[in-house]
Ligand binder design. Structure first.
Ligand code: SF4
Ligand code: SF4
Length: 150
């Protein structure tokens, strides 16, 4: 019994330190670590692809006005799956190496991003009309047909 314990102690001493020094020493995550999600507002063009694939419902997209799209992020729901990063065509949304996300202010877990959307030069709208009825009421889609409908 004693011999086996001594042997165990020797093995442990030989192995040296096997735990991280964090939080007493900095901890740099390895490449590929999936930490806090960051969004670059200069790269995002509001396509909504990230919101489409986010199963956790972190990203909510709404069109409040004709010329801007609102993206709301509720980070408290994030599961760090990285699907948003995979689909973003601009590399605007990324998972960083930041893992210290605890906060005592719930506002830190929400983010709003207003993205300017250029309207169509012909019809003045940003996106296809949501319903066939709206589509019928929209004029100016066809060339050479004044007041024509789409
Ligand atoms: S972050 Fe990327 S995927 Fe999401 S809306 Fe912006 S451009 Fe599209
Ligand atoms: S990492 Fe996953 S859960 Fe978090 S915002 Fe991106 S898609 Fe949603």
């Amino acid at each position: 019994m004693l011999v086996s314990k001594v042997r165990e102690a020797l093995i442990c001493l030989k192995a040296g330190r096997v735990t991280l020094g964090y939080p007493f020493a900095p901890n740099d995550p390895k490449p590929g670590f999936r930490g806090k999600v960051t969004v670059d507002p200069d790269l995002c063009f509001g396509c909504g692809g990230c919101a489409n694939v986010c199963e956790a419902g972190v990203i909510v997209v709404s069109d409040r006005e004709q010329h801007y799209r609102l993206l709301e992020f509720f980070w408290g729901r994030c599961t760090y799956c990285a699907r948003c990063e995979e689909v973003c065509p601009e590399g605007a949304i990324r998972l960083s190496g930041q893992f210290e996300t605890a906060t005592d202010d719930a506002r830190d877990l929400c983010m709003r991003l207003e993205v300017f959307m250029g309207p169509c030069q012909r019809c003045g709208r940003c996106f296809p009309p949501p319903t066939p009825l709206d589509k019928m009421m929209t004029t100016g889609f066809r060339h050479g047909l004044e007041g024509g409908r789409a």
